[in-house]
Design a protein around this ligand. Structure first.
Ligand code: CP
Length: 310
């Protein structure tokens, strides 16, 4: 690998070149081997301190960042927003500047405000990793999705990837879209017209469609997304039952999908809404492999950005 990583922050896949994305994926491949060993720990981040600051709920991302930091031998501090001084009116910037004043090397931040990580990264010397901001960006989720596809298909060049669901409110959809198209995949965005704006049709190698037959036929991969009720401001479809019938992956729609197509979901799943339980737990599903790969991807990201923190 000749490419040299130079960023102290990972904020969005929109900012990254193809070479940078491939550098993370190649590094993750090496770290995946570490997790498969009997002794799973390496000293790569020994002496570095990482703060995990999750101002929004998380299971997968928070746990896998913490485990990745442990596997890399970092010192870790977890800050819970509801018992931090954010509750007393301290600004996010003041909070993270105080964290940095304790000679912390990296801050992993999840926040409901779009751009929160970009904003603090401009003011901090320590590294900032985006663990999800509003409906904007979730780079490590997209990287683990792409890593999982690359493991199966070898290359993403010409791969047909369909993303179904609440595209309008999904940071995963945006991040997948940026990463996948940079690596040469064709992306179909599917769902009701209220949740999948036609504007996405203007992006090269991206198409929008509003029926599952069209969305699933010819797909190598389908990524089913949850309805982001917490980010919706009004009714975008008449009922959950109707959404599930027409845009869920279920016995009525799975017939359009090839038997060898890969079924993904970033989690958390709303079982039997966007995906039927028997498909989520079935042979085409790689949902738990995605979680496993998230650990290797986060180890890679932590390792690469930590090297660039002065
Ligand atoms: N996919 C994902 O980000 O899950 P969590 O919200 O549980 O971290």
């Amino acid at each position: 690998m000749d490419f040299k990583w130079t960023r102290k922050d990972l904020l969005s896949l929109y900012d990254l070149s193809r070479e940078e994305i491939e550098c993370i994926l190649d590094t993750a491949q090496e770290f995946k081997k570490v997790s498969e060993r009997k002794v799973k720990k390496v000293p790569a981040l020994r002496g570095k301190t990482v703060v995990n600051f999750f101002v929004e709920p998380s299971t997968r991302t928070r746990i896998s960042f913490e485990l990745a930091e442990q596997r890399l031998s970092a010192d870790i501090i977890n800050v819970a927003a509801d018992v931090s001084s954010l509750k007393k009116g301290e600004t996010l910037l003041d909070t993270v500047k105080n964290i940095e004043a304790l000679q912390v090397d990296l801050v992993v931040l999840r926040h409901s405000a779009t751009g929160a990580q970009d904003f603090i990264a401009k003011h901090l010397k320590c590294g900032v990793i985006n663990a999800g901001d509003g409906a904007h960006s979730h780079p490590t989720q997209a990287l683990l999705d792409i890593f999982t596809m690359r493991e199966r298909f070898g290359s993403l060049e010409g791969l047909n990837v369909t993303i179904v669901g609440d595209i309008l409110h999904s940071r995963v959809a945006r991040s997948d879209l940026w990463g996948l198209t940079k690596l040469g995949a064709n992306v179909t965005l599917a769902g009701p017209a209220t949740l999948v704006p036609e504007e996405f049709n203007c992006i090269p190698n991206v198409r929008v469609c509003h029926n599952m037959k069209d969305a699933l036929e010819g797909a190598d991969v389908v990524n089913m997304l949850r309805i982001q009720h917490e980010r919706q401001t009004s009714g975008f479809f008449p009922s959950t039952n109707e959404y599930s019938k027409y845009f869920g992956l279920n016995s009525g729609t799975v017939k359009y999908l090839r038997k060898d197509a890969m079924v993904m979901h970033p989690g958390p799943i709303n079982r039997d809404v966007e995906i039927a339980s028997e498909i989520a737990d079935g042979p085409q599903s790689v949902i738990l492999q995605q979680v496993t790969n998230g650990l290797a991807v986060r180890m890679a990201v932590l390792f690469l950005v930590a090297e660039c923190v002065k």
